[in-house]
Design a protein around this ligand. Structure first.
Ligand code: FE2
Length: 388
């Protein structure tokens, strides 16, 4: 299944398969890009994935600009600095290469290329998508992790230090024109990042499934994504060269991002301030907080968690739904352990006295509004404390 390069769309056009990166020149031509700006991060510039991309471009005599300074939690200055190169090099499209940070930055560079307002004006919650009116240059997304699913998403998250928080920018125009999903680009991703990004994908699928919004199509996709993570994440962490596991994790990540158009839940509200305040990896922050949130949500998502328990291989036939849901939370914590992630926030350099301040920020984050159980700020503090 994971041997050939194939194309599918849902609705992003995805070029998928080992070696798919060879089709980059074709994708640029289809998108009408003559000179792309390649947006990536400093770590990735040293990797084989970067060499493969630049080799594909040079092999087709395609000139390109480069910005390789994206921060792990991308900053507004990353967008502004990329945009300067975009203009000075006379680029006409962007390639995002990397994890969610590089992909999100590339998307917002496309916004910046055609709009002059401060980035915070585009914030989704304040209706900023209405300001994204000019046709954006085409965006090519090339993920090198299997986590955020930003490659098929219409949103981008950028940290604006002057506001002290992350800003979500959303527009249908942010959907990449082409996405190249090549599992060979992820083989050098170290076990920790494979595990943390994989748990982000898991959390997307799980929180989408339990979000109390009627969307049976997204629910079915989320169930499929959970199945793939459960089957392949541990394999991808154990053996980074397992292309079947890598490819299926990339599919699971895309499924998570498609499913979460339903919205997310409290885990993401808890995770966002942990990244902006303590630079905790987003996937790790989700992984650590998720078991406590599942226990908190138990009675509000019995049916979904029972289904998840069954996917996890638990024989739920002689169990009550409550027992099955408890088991699903336990198994999630056990998976974290098996893939080498810390189980508590105290092991992630988050001081206990920061939890009240974090809970205030988590409450301001909108993700918990679609949590299956309503959350107060005190609930979020208790969830942090339980996860600490
Ligand atoms: Fe996430």
């Amino acid at each position: 299944m994971i041997q050939d390069i194939t194309r599918f769309s849902f609705p992003t056009i995805v070029v998928f398969g080992p070696g798919a990166i060879q089709q980059l020149p074709e994708c640029l031509s289809e998108a009408g890009i003559k000179k792309p700006l390649l947006v990536t991060d400093p770590g990735l510039k040293q990797t084989e994935a970067y060499s493969k991309v630049t080799k594909a471009l040079k092999g087709a005599n395609i000139e390109f600009g480069v910005f390789a300074g994206v921060h792990p939690n991308p900053l507004d200055e990353d967008v502004e600095n990329s945009a300067k190169i975009y203009q000075s090099e006379g680029c006409d499209g962007v390639i995002g290469l990397g994890g969610g940070s590089a992909l999100d930055t590339a998307k917002v560079v496309a916004v910046r290329a055609k709009h002059e307002q401060p980035l915070s004006d585009f914030e989704a919650q304040a209706g900023g998508y209405k300001l994204i009116t000019n046709q954006l240059p085409p965006i090519i997304a090339i993920p090198t992790t299997a986590g955020t699913g930003s490659e098929v998403g219409r949103g981008a998250v950028i940290t604006v230090p002057s506001l002290g928080r992350k800003v979500l920018i959303f527009s249908p125009m942010l959907m990449p024109t082409r996405t190249i999903v090549d599992p060979e680009l992820t083989v050098s991703l170290p076990p920790f990042l494979t595990a943390a990004t994989g748990m982000d994908a898991f959390t997307h699928n799980l929180e989408s499934l339990t979000a109390p919004i009627f969307h049976p199509i997204c629910d079915a996709i989320a169930v499929g994504g959970i199945e793939l993570v459960w089957k392949y994440l541990e394999r991808a962490v154990t053996d980074g060269t397992d292309i079947e596991a890598r490819g299926n994790m990339m599919i699971a990540a895309m499924m998570g991002a498609i499913a979460f158009q339903k919205d997310l839940g409290a885990t993401h509200s808890l995770a966002h301030p942990l990244s902006s305040e303590f630079n905790l990896h987003h996937g790790l922050a989700n992984a650590v907080c998720l078991p406590a949130v599942m226990r908190f949500n138990r009675d509000a998502a019995l049916e979904q968690y029972t289904r998840v328990a069954s996917i996890m291989g638990i024989d739920v036939r002689d169990m009550s739904q409550t027992e099955a849901a408890d088991k699903a939370a336990e198994e999630t914590a056990a998976l974290n352990k098996r893939i080498g992630l810390p189980s508590q926030l105290r092991d992630c350099k988050v001081p206990e006295d920061a939890l009240p301040g974090l809970s205030k920020k988590a409450f301001e984050d909108s993700c918990h509004l679609t949590n299956p159980r309503t959350c107060t700020q005190e609930d979020l503090l208790r969830l942090y404390q339980e996860s600490w």
